[in-house]
Write a protein that binds this ligand. Sequence first.
Ligand SMILES: Nc1ncnc2c1ncn2[C@@H]1O[C@H](COP(=O)(O)OP(=O)(O)OP(=O)(O)O)[C@@H](O)[C@H]1O
Ligand SMILES: [Mg+2]
Length: 234
Amino acid sequence: MNTSTADSPGLPPVVTVSSVHKRYRLGERVVDALRGVSLTIPAGTICAIVGPSGSGKSTLLNVIGLLDTPDSGTIRLEERDVASLNPTEAARVRRTRLGFIFQDFNLIPVLSAFENVELPLRVGQSAKAGRREWVMSLLDAVGLADHWSHRPGQLSGGQQQRVAIARALVNRPGIVLADEPTANLDSATGHSILELMHRFNRELGTTFVFSTHDPAVEEMARSVVRLHDGVVAA
Ligand SMILES: Nc1ncnc2c1ncn2[C@@H]1O[C@H](COP(=O)(O)OP(=O)(O)OP(=O)(O)O)[C@@H](O)[C@H]1O
Ligand SMILES: [Mg+2]
């Protein structure tokens, strides 16, 4: 078992992964994507998951984000064992405690920037009072207040990813998970996306866990988990 503990000692862990195994079967082929991964991410950290293609980064983010279930091992989010959650509770944790950012932005093309950011609030049927102001303040924070009415097709890749960051934060989650959020951006734009994560980390205390291939982006993380062939490298 390999254990990696991110820095920032003294803070309670927001994510604890213990001896997690995940095997995929594709016809005859069996892939052990995670082979006993253990790690702890303290609250308020910016953690990069790095490693070669196929090393298990996306699989790890998916099991942490309750998008997939491990075959064995345990995952605790904000000190709660996620195996104890029924499907409704898991959906609720996913919606309210987790935020997601994707490589290809995943915005809804027919909705404006404002509507994309607002959507998780509508889905969660949160109170209408103050909603508009909160969505606008997030768009302002990512530098897009005057683009609120633009649809994704009318925004650059970097702008779309900034909308996606605002959307990920709209329910005030404790943890934002991002699978290669800068992979489709040029390096300067990728850098600015990481700077935004740092700013929200400072101002809102949000923990960010992201995967990357980019050494320059990796350098901006406060802690790094290196995966190799489904295990955490020493
Ligand atoms: N749904 C799936 N079905 C079958 N095999 C899968 C599935 N998802 C991932 N795998 C396999 O599990 C292993 C780990 O994949 P994963 O996507 O987690 O790697 P990764 O580190 O994110 O790679 P990349 O850097 O290319 O995104 C790979 O061998 C992959 O082919
Ligand atoms: Mg991946």
